[in-house]
Design a protein around this ligand. Sequence first.
Ligand code: FPP
Length: 239
Amino acid sequence: MSAFDPAKNVPGHIAIIMDGNGRWAAARGLPRRDGHRAGAESVEAVLRACGDLGVGYLTLYAFSSENWKRPESEIDALMGLLAHFLKEKTPVLMENNIRLKVIGHLDRLPGRNQRQLEKSIALTAKNDGLTLVVALSYGSREEIVDAARALMEKAKSGELDPAALDVETFARHLHTVGIPDPDLLIRTSGECRVSNFLLWQISYAEIVITDVFWPDFRRPHLEEAIGEYQRRHRRFGGL
Ligand code: FPP
């Protein structure tokens, strides 16, 4: 166990692959949707902890572009949970000075979710505490293709010289424009995969994998992951 020191370098941006909701439910003989419901409580706990600890950005992988392949009943349950979360928690975001952002293909979500998200994003836009970034219908390869397409359009119209394309210009065409790269990537439930999440942005992130299922993940687990991050020495390719 790594000792966590709140006075030391707390990561500015934490990204989390919230995994294990289904296995958490199966272990209790419950339907998968109950695992997702319990997972939404972890979201609130982690959100509060990040706010308290002075984390600047928290990005949560809530629904991947591949998740559309799940049974319709599970997709409906997840979209229902998102709707419930936004209705119940937008006032909590306001009280805690939290700004909401979304990455992914919002236009693929049900209309009700889109409208609610747009409202919550607009309402919280001026908050300057923690920024909560929710990845919805998100896939990193699609995001990179979107950026490439936008850049090719600019090159075609003469707005961009292909020879002048650099890392910074490319990054400005990703869904995460204006959001710093994650310092720490956490994945729960013991899986050691990146699963098409922020492939460009995690180039130098420290990765911490915990065996804990997402619905059991609470502040002490977050602090343990931050402790592990603080113990590592980040070199960014240097010495
Ligand atoms: C992965 O567990 C989790 C998801 C696909 C969904 C994450 C969603 C939530 C935590 C709920 C609500 C979120 C918000 C922002 C309101 P899994 O189903 O793949 O679990 P398994 O690998 O054990 O089957």
